[in-house]
Design a binder for this molecule. Structure first.
Ligand code: FE2
Length: 299
């Protein structure tokens, strides 16, 4: 149908037009229905070289950083993180990550799920080299108590950097679970037979390198045990609604990294946030900016 800039939609109609122009309308339908979708590399608007460049940077950072210096990487096997590694705060580590956040397809999905005033929540690489255990079933709404709000507080737009298959320890999704509006219980953890996941509720997310895996903060997911020797990695770009406290702090991100992307990246990382004031009260221009983000056209 013909979509106009209907005022009652507070920017969402323009955003939908943007999604249609980018060819990701079906992905929005899949996201609504199943709680997750995979945007094929051809629809991301960048060449496969971009994902390869990001993979190179992730592996270089991984080689430079002491795996066990990150508290979350310390599992019961002290010699090697049993569930793989997480590399945090990527945005400051290489300009390629700002490019990944500012990709129009990524931002359209983020704005669709989190509203036009969405914020960047975190940017984390998950790296698994060699076999790794299965990550338990969870939702990404950390600290949000059950019942979860029907319109999620956070969302996940992940750059898949290597081919994701069951053997490579891909994500295991529970289709439709975004409608449960609760965290999984202990009893609902995936079942295993002889070390392999065997659970009728869980389906593997199969995606080629260069794809975007997109899911809501209410969608139940885990990972399959990784049985292969090679590298498996993705960069999870998480976004949140404007009132959520982002997981990562970007206060000291250098201007030379932010400035090339104009005011939008600055807004997304909280440089112009209206929150955090003292006796002087909030800055009117910053309050106007957040209002503008849901009252005016998507740009
Ligand atoms: Fe997760």
């Amino acid at each position: 149908m013909q979509i106009q800039n209907w005022k009652s939609m507070a920017g969402l109609a323009e955003l939908y037009q943007q999604a249609r122009a980018l060819g990701i309308e079906t992905n929005i339908a899949e996201l609504e229905t199943f709680g997750f979708t995979i945007i094929e590399p051809e629809k991301t608007g960048v060449s496969p070289e971009f994902a390869r460049r990001m993979l190179e940077r992730v592996m270089a950072i991984s080689a430079e950083e002491d795996a066990l210096a990150v508290e979350l990487n310390k599992h019961d096997d002290a010699a090697k993180p049993a569930f793989g590694r997480q590399l945090f705060h990527l945005l400051e580590r290489d300009p390629v990550f700002a490019e990944a956040v500012m990709n129009p397809v990524v931002r359209t999905m983020a704005a669709y799920m989190m509203g036009m005033s969405y914020r960047l929540y975190s940017m984390v690489a998950f790296v698994k080299e060699g076999p790794a255990r299965s990550t338990p079933m969870h939702v990404d709404s950390v600290g949000v108590p059950t019942p979860l709000p029907a319109y999620g507080a956070v969302c996940n737009v992940s750059w898949i950097l290597t081919d994701y298959t069951e053997e490579n320890g891909t994500l295991g999704m529970v289709p439709g679970s975004h409608r449960y509006c609760r965290h999984p219980t202990e009893m609902e953890q995936p079942k295993f037979i002889g070390g392999a996941m065997d659970d009728a509720m869980v389906t593997p997310l199969t995606a080629r390198a260069g794809s975007l895996a997109v899911f809501t903060g209410n969608t139940w997911h885990c990972t399959y045990p990784k049985t292969t020797q090679g590298v498996r990695t993705h960069v999870a770009t998480a976004f949140c609604r404007n009132y959520i406290n982002p997981a990562e702090s970007y206060d000291d991100l250098p201007d030379e990294l932010v400035a090339p992307w104009g005011p939008e990246l600055a807004r997304m990382i909280g440089k112009s946030a209206w929150q955090g004031y003292r006796a002087e009260g909030p800055k009117l221009e910053n309050m106007a900016l957040v209002r503008a983000a849901y009252q005016t056209q998507y740009g």
